[in-house]
Design a protein around this ligand. Structure first.
Ligand SMILES: C[S@@+](CC[C@H](N)C(=O)[O-])C[C@H]1O[C@@H](n2cnc3c(N)ncnc32)[C@H](O)[C@@H]1O
Length: 258
């Protein structure tokens, strides 16, 4: 898969950062010393952490160099490190591990989630938000079009690139026996979008990447045209002409015993 494109990703930054804010609002820590932003992207989520905890040491990690370049120029006072979440282990136990819209790209949550939790300092908090949109029309249409010829000749098993996340109660079961406090919830944001093309633009920088990256230029164009046609049908115009994009997300905030 090609690398992330920070410019494209930042186009819907307000909409993307809202769940990051909602997640942070539920973190009941007053003065953490060490805060990790796992999968920090272009630094938008890291910036929220800096605003909330100006006295903390804040470290952003990501496995995309272009994202880290963007994050470093946005927040020169923070440290940003190249690392893969799947193998990441902190030198010093952090007080907060915050992962907004990142862990859905990493597999084996049954092992990963408890490991991240155990890496925290006593009393520390693990805060996670993940899109829960695999079964939304946007994502079903990606798979449906990919299964058709000629695109199916190039797209192998794109749907499996992004991990199938667990049902929300399973995260509760993984963490509740180890946690002093735990809070899990799911919200479906409703984003008014100017046009079907804007919906395509949004998913193009994230969920659509594994589908269009393997396609030669001509097939990519035709795939996107067919995908947009289906999106136009799936999201009809509302009273003001805009399309309402439902975007479910799940949230997990768990605190270790002191
Ligand atoms: C959707 S962006 C989220 C960025 C930011 N946290 C936010 O709140 O908008 C997902 C980020 O996770 C990173 N990522 C994906 N898989 C990763 C992995 N295995 N290890 C580290 N970072 C990863 C991507 O490079 C990307 O920057």
């Amino acid at each position: 898969m090609s690398d992330w494109n920070p410019q494209l990703y930042r186009r819907f930054e307000d909409e993307r950062t809202r769940p990051a804010r909602d997640l942070l609002a539920r973190v009941a820590l007053d003065a953490p010393r060490l805060v990790i932003d796992l999968g920090c992207g272009p630094g938008n989520s890291t910036e929220l952490l800096v605003d909330r905890y100006p006295d903390a040491e804040i470290v952003g990690t990501d496995n995309s160099e272009p994202m880290l370049v963007e994050a470093r120029s946005r927040l020169p006072g923070c440290r940003f490190e190249l690392s893969d979440i799947a193998t990441w282990r902190p030198g010093t136990p952090p007080d907060l591990i915050y992962a907004n819209a990142a862990l859905q790209w990493v597999g084996d949550h049954e092992t990963l989630i408890p490991r991240l939790f155990e890496a925290l300092a006593p009393g520390g908090v693990l805060a996670i938000q993940m899109p829960d949109n695999r079964e939304e029309l946007t994502h079903r249409a990606m798979r449906d079009v990919a299964a058709l010829s000629p695109w199916s000749n190039h797209i192998d098993d794109a749907a499996s690139v992004r991990t199938r996340i667990l049902p929300l109660p399973d995260y509760y079961d993984l963490l509740a026996p180890r946690a002093a406090q735990i809070d899990v919830w799911r919200t479906a944001y409703q984003h008014p979008m100017e046009s079907p093309a804007k919906i395509v633009e949004w998913v193009r920088s994230t969920g659509l990447r594994p589908f269009i990256d393997p396609l030669p230029a001509a097939e990519r164009e035709s795939y996107l045209a067919e995908y947009e046609r289906r999106i136009a049908d799936a999201y009809p115009p509302r009273a003001d002409g805009r399309r309402l994009l439902a975007f479910p997300r799940m949230f997990i905030v768990a605190q270790r015993k002191p």
